[in-house]
Design a binder for this molecule. Sequence first.
Ligand code: MCF
Ligand code: FE
Length: 409
Amino acid sequence: MYIIGAKYLFLCDENFTILENQAFVFEDKILEFGELEHLLKKYPKAQWIKTDQNSIILPAFINPHTHLEFSANSTTLHFGEFLTWLKSVIKSRSFLSAKAKEELIFENIRKMQKSGVGTIGEISSFGSDFNACLKASEKGIRVVYFNEILGTNEDQIEEKKVEFLKRFENSLKHKSEFFIPAISVHSAYSTHPKLAHFALDLARKYDLLVSTHFLESRAENNWLRKAQGGFKKWLENFIANPKPFYAPKDYVKLFENVKTLFTHCVYLKEYEWLDKTYHSITHCAFSNRLLSQKRFDLKKALKSGLNVHLGTDGLSSNISLSLLDEMRANLLIHQGEDLLKLASKLLQMATLYPSKALNLNAGELKIGKNADFSVFNLGECEKKQAPLQFILNAKEVEKFFIKGRECNL
Ligand code: MCF
Ligand code: FE
């Protein structure tokens, strides 16, 4: 049993409560809150973990959307327009994934932990991230491992299924509390309905989480809504009279009653298509700036009542996998929002909300929740300013606990 206290505890509950000069008792779960001196007297055998006088404790961050297989990208992929990027991915993906060796992926996971991330949702395109993710999950990070399926060619459906099943079944064998197999249906423009149905039937059968990229770019929007634009021109090189597989509303229908994270949704206006019980939106601001040609309307999305949370996407469309950097980018781009209110909302969008989207018992400092939390040292600051000052200044954790176990990073 342990006791830890701090200048500020950001509970990251629905009201964004901040406790000042308080402490809590924990084992693998959080057991009790109170004054430090009171708790030390009440539990004389508990080990007291000392912290700095200006420390902040908050739940470990949850980054539900990474592509670690693209960890070797820095200057290779082309940004500014989605199809230009996509063509550069197709050209360079084998080379990039061969360069993203186990050590590089593992090192990037460690960097994320140092920035306070306790859970990731990894979109696995090839399975070459499997060893690093499994190893990391044994060392203080929870991995929701989304096995990706995609393919547009009718003649290759069976081949794609077999290849997917190999990766998927392998991930199922290693299922644990810290390694959670899941499914990614890549997108409406890249996944044949037969493959989407096949994967979603498996998700229903095994009760698995699902992730998908949706209405991310201008090109995708023109393609799905009007069967026009760059996608049409590009596909005409391969087939006569190409047509999208789905209208966007019908694509969403595929995910009925399946717990699904819809990533991006920059061009979604019809929030009512999504089901508040099962569906959520992963907002990747940095990635959108590089690929989407439009800003995600955070205000409208939050007003819809849907769960909207943050993700970094991969180094395929970002320069950092730190949710702190992502929050700083969000502070800059969502200019219509009150700065202080936005800061506390962003912290919820990196903790409480992704935790709900991923069905985790974490993301909040609360009795009964897993003791997944970070300790950061911050300069002296006023309570009301603390969430904003934290986002502006925090870089690396001082201490980091997953399920009550301290991780030495
Ligand atoms: O989220 C970004 C942009 N949107 C779509 N896909 C990816 C992103 N970063 C990496 N990807 C991967 C995706 O998982 O790139 C491939 C897929 O394997 C594109 S489809 C050939
Ligand atoms: Fe992505």
